[in-house]
Write a protein that binds this ligand. Structure first.
Ligand code: SAM
Length: 350
């Protein structure tokens, strides 16, 4: 594939701009509009279960537009980002970061069967998959996470500041959750693992550009290859909901295995809010955005799963990326626009 011509680049920039603006409009105008329709039609439904309001929500006048725009704008976004990175290669990793690929790694079918987030070919297939994902992730966060302030906020507010010997970031993607870990805990050995070879390659190249000595490995988070008891902190961000519910117990078991006694687990993901409309929007986001395990993940009892794997003091707290990050309880401040119900799963190895 050749790089875009200057003329094609103008068209691509316009398409990126359009996809971003459409997404903003969907978030800050269409979603609150459907919400008002719901509140007017079902004023007493706030605390009922999401599934029980599905028929009524689907019958709201603006809901089909909301639903179409969610999937349609996502498809536009990938088209525009794929065009923008066409012909690019992952930059050469000049160190100090390292990467270890595993050509014999068995990639599970549940991972390759779905084009996650509607990204054609997923994030794992070739170099451009990782580069497309990197650019798309900026747009999905509406351009508000370009310096990864979301991930920094998670680290600063959800992780106790102490000396960690070794930190493991599960499902590290192209590294945006892992680099800030090394910046914040410079004395720790920081390791990111991901199933996607192109992602860990890009993660290492970008870490090196930042001068960060992080180790990236292509590995399944269920089997990281790290020695038992050698890690003091296991993290993940935006990862748990991408794993099938029957695989999640193995993720917790692996986290418990590699952690030392008293070691910490911090997983940033989503939780149900108890607001029927909002929870239904999340469940159906899973379908519209090709995240098939999301509804099951937010419905699973991850606290019990973690306890069974050998963790104690397990609990969820809410996370608000617009204000103080991790909140003391599982309650979110009121916001009108569409946003994820972020939450932090906290636990300690017993
Ligand atoms: C939404 S991304 C999150 C990436 C990164 N943590 C962030 O916050 O930007 C989820 C990542 O998990 C990876 N992944 C999914 N299942 C995995 C598994 N079993 N083991 C390792 N990585 C996995 C995917 O390849 C993807 O890069």
């Amino acid at each position: 594939m050749t790089a875009p011509t200057p003329r094609e680049k103008i068209a691509t920039d316009a398409a990126l701009d359009f996809a971003l603006k459409l997404r903003r409009r969907w978030t800050d105008t269409i979603y609150p509009h459907v919400r008002r329709e719901f509140d007017a039609a079902m004023p007493a439904a706030y605390a009922t279960d999401a599934a029980t309001v599905a028929d009524e929500v689907h019958a709201l006048p603006t809901y089909p537009w909301f639903a179409w725009m969610e999937r349609g704008s996502q498809k536009m976004l990938w088209r525009a980002t794929a065009d923008a990175v066409r012909g690019q290669k992952i930059p050469e990793n000049k160190g100090p970061a390292t990467v270890r690929l595993d050509p014999n790694l068995k990639i599970p079918a549940w991972y390759t069967d779905w084009d996650i987030h509607v990204q054609p070919g997923g994030v794992w297939r070739h170099d451009e998959s990782a580069l497309t994902y990197e650019l798309g992730a900026k747009l999905v966060m509406l351009g508000e996470n370009n310096d990864y302030k979301f991930h920094r906020l998670f680290i600063e507010t959800a992780i106790p500041k102490r000396e960690y010997r070794r930190i493991l970031d599960m499902g590290c993607g192209f590294g945006k959750s892992t680099w800030p870990m090394k910046e914040y805990f410079p004395n720790a050995e920081v390791i990111g693992v991901d199933l996607a070879g192109p992602c860990v390659q890009l993660a290492a190249a970008r870490a090196s550009e930042r001068g960060l000595a992080v180790e990236f490995r292509q590995a399944n988070a269920t089997d990281t290859g790290l020695e038992s008891g050698s890690v003091d902190l296991v993290t993940s961000t935006m990862f748990v909901h991408e794993v099938p519910p029957d695989v999640l117990p193995d993720i917790f078991k692996e986290a418990a295995r590699v952690l030392s006694k008293g070691g910490l687990l911090r997983f940033l993901d989503f939780q149900r809010t108890g607001d029927a409309f909002r929870d239904l929007a999340m469940v159906e986001h899973g379908t519209r955005n090709n995240e098939p395990f999301l509804p099951m993940a937010i419905g699973s009892n991850l606290v019990a799963m973690a306890e069974q794997a050998g963790f104690k003091n397990v609990r969820w707290t809410a996370f608000d990326e617009r204000s103080q990050g991790r909140l003391p309880t599982l309650e979110w401040p009121k916001r009108d626009e569409w946003h994820f119900p972020w939450a932090v799963l906290e636990a300690e190895k017993a």
